[in-house]
Design a protein around this ligand. Structure first.
Ligand code: NAD
Length: 472
């Protein structure tokens, strides 16, 4: 069988002797065979990236900006094809897949306009000191399966703009859209500037320990992030780790239930809950709990779950079997503990990794469904009567990725928001991320920053040049 999805190494298609089947999570049928990169092929990718680095670094900034704009154009021009591939491997709806491709195009277009600053430290007579930001070299980028294209673009854009070259690895669960994008970009970028590799469990560690890679930009789980950090220590690789979260949403007593029910529902369940900054625990004031829980249950009952390629589907399956089993395990744990369900709770035994929207009715704070990141369509709704208690429970968590506060009083909400120990807090919304704003995980949710100027700077290292003029 000829391979239809190939890696990109040194600007060329790179077939592999081994392949990995990629399944459609809605049907569990094989969509395509993905490449399984050998160690020699990773060597070739790193060598190509190293070889391409000096010229790419020396490429005028304006030309690198133009390259990013060209990538945006390729995404837009091929959005329909990429959308279909993305739905078939990831499970999200066609609408959400198209939204992801379009968001990626917009994102990299915005990044293209960013400027690396230069700071004049002092300019006394006879001397001048300037700090600028120079590229690191070869970046190893590792991305997960929930937003394969968008999260890859978060790394490709700033890494290339800053003058680095890249070896990028998608998740073996969702490699196809990125492999196809790599193929589409071959005529756009010089050979070796963007290498796309794909493989099984061995490939990530080969990258993180590789002495020819200067930085790892990783998005994935906290458990894997710890392994990445340990492995990267050997040659002091720079690291950006965007990791897991267990975001709390706090609904204050003055919130307008009718206005917030719908956005709160999608804050929790968009992409079937497989969003790092999904609302994963919702704390609701006693006075609103019954009305809000009824409203959320009603929305859940009306949302169509199904194959993302079918018209009318609003939510797709969980992306892979391991995650499906994990989410089912959380539901079973709640069932065994006698928790009540406001929605869902029974997972049908049929083809596809479908988990009905499940809302658990005020389980104890110590329940697994509260304490663990579900990363699936399972949500605990929790009562509180004292807002200080809600803030304390929200903060009593190893994660610190995001959080949200829902209220009609913006000043009060802002006060509560400032007390959350997370890198991002939303008021009356959640999940909204932009290329303009720094996105950083506190506590065990990560290290470093993506997006915004801070995110761009993470792909550089400062260099200060001191000049003493002999002639003055
Ligand atoms: P994961 O950690 O299992 O895998 C992420 C990537 O790392 C994949 O490409 C995988 O192949 C690779 N990998 C696995 N083991 C590795 C190792 N030892 N060394 C190097 N690479 C390795 O995560 P996942 O299941 O794909 O994604 C879900 C997790 O990602 C959730 O916890 C979610 O919250 C988190 N996430 C975080 C963000 C964020 O920006 N903070 C965004 C999306 C997802």
């Amino acid at each position: 069988m000829t391979q239809s999805y190939l890696m990109t190494i040194d600007g060329q298609a790179a077939p592999t002797s081994q392949t990995i089947p990629v399944l459609n999570p809605a049907t569990e049928q094989v969509v395509a065979q993905a490449p399984d990169c050998s160690r020699d092929q990773l060597e070739a990718a790193v060598t190509a990236a190293r070889r391409a680095f000096p010229a790419w670094k020396a490429t005028p900034y304006a030309d690198r900006q133009a390259a990013l704009r060209a990538i945006a154009g390729v995404l837009m021009d091929n959005a329909e094809e990429l959308k279909a591939i993305l739905t078939s491997e990831q499970g999200k709806t066609h609408g959400d897949a198209l939204g992801e491709i379009q968001a990626a195009a917009w994102w990299i277009g915005v990044v293209a306009e960013q400027i690396l600053p230069e700071t004049v430290n002092d300019a006394m007579p006879g001397q001048r000191s300037v700090t600028r930001h120079v590229p690191l070299g070869v970046v190893g980028a590792i991305v997960p399966w929930n937003f394969p294209v968008l999260l890859a673009i978060w790394k490709i854009g700033p890494a290339l703009l800053a003058g680095n070259t890249l070896v990028l690895k998608p998740s073996p669960f969702t490699p196809l859209s990125i492999l196809r994008l790599g193929e589409l970009l071959r005529p756009i970028l010089p050979p070796g500037v963007l290498n796309i590799v794909c493989g099984g469990d061995a490939l990530g560690p080969w990258m993180t320990e590789h002495p020819g890679i200067d930085k790892i930009s990783f998005t994935g789980s906290t458990a894997t992030g710890r392994r990445v950090m340990a492995s990267a220590a050997a040659n002091l690789k720079r690291l950006t780790l965007e990791l897991g979260g267990n975001d709390a949403a706090i609904v204050l007593p003055d919130a307008d239930v009718d206005a917030i029910a719908e956005p709160l529902f999608w804050a929790a369940f968009a992409n079937s809950g497989q969003v790092c900054v999904a609302a994963k625990r919702i704390y609701v004031h006693d006075s609103l709990y019954d009305r809000l829980s009824a409203a959320l249950a009603k929305i859940a009952a009306d949302v169509k779950l199904g194959d993302g390629a079918e018209q009318g589907t609003r939510l797709g399956p969980v992306q892979n079997r391991a995650q499906y089993e994990r989410v089912k395990g959380l539901i079973k744990d709640s069932q065994d503990a006698g928790h009540r369900f406001l929605a869902g709770g029974d997972v049908p035994d049929e083809a596809g990794y479908f988990v009905p929207i499940t809302i658990v009715d005020n389980p104890p704070e110590s329940a697994r469904v509260v304490q663990e990141e579900a990363f699936g369509p399972v949500l605990p709704l929790l009562r509180y009567s004292d807002v200080d208690d809600a803030v304390a429970r929200a903060n009593a968590c190893e994660y610190g990725l995001g959080g949200s506060v829902w209220s009609s009083n913006h000043d009060h909400a802002a006060e509560i928001a400032a007390r959350l120990e997370t890198g991002t807090v939303w008021i009356n919304s959640a999940q909204g991320l932009t290329p303009f704003a720094a996105f950083a995980g506190h506590k065990q949710s990560g290290l470093g920053v993506e997006n915004g100027l801070e995110g761009l700077l993470e792909f550089t290292v400062p260099q200060t040049i001191h000049l003493v003029r002999k002639d003055t």
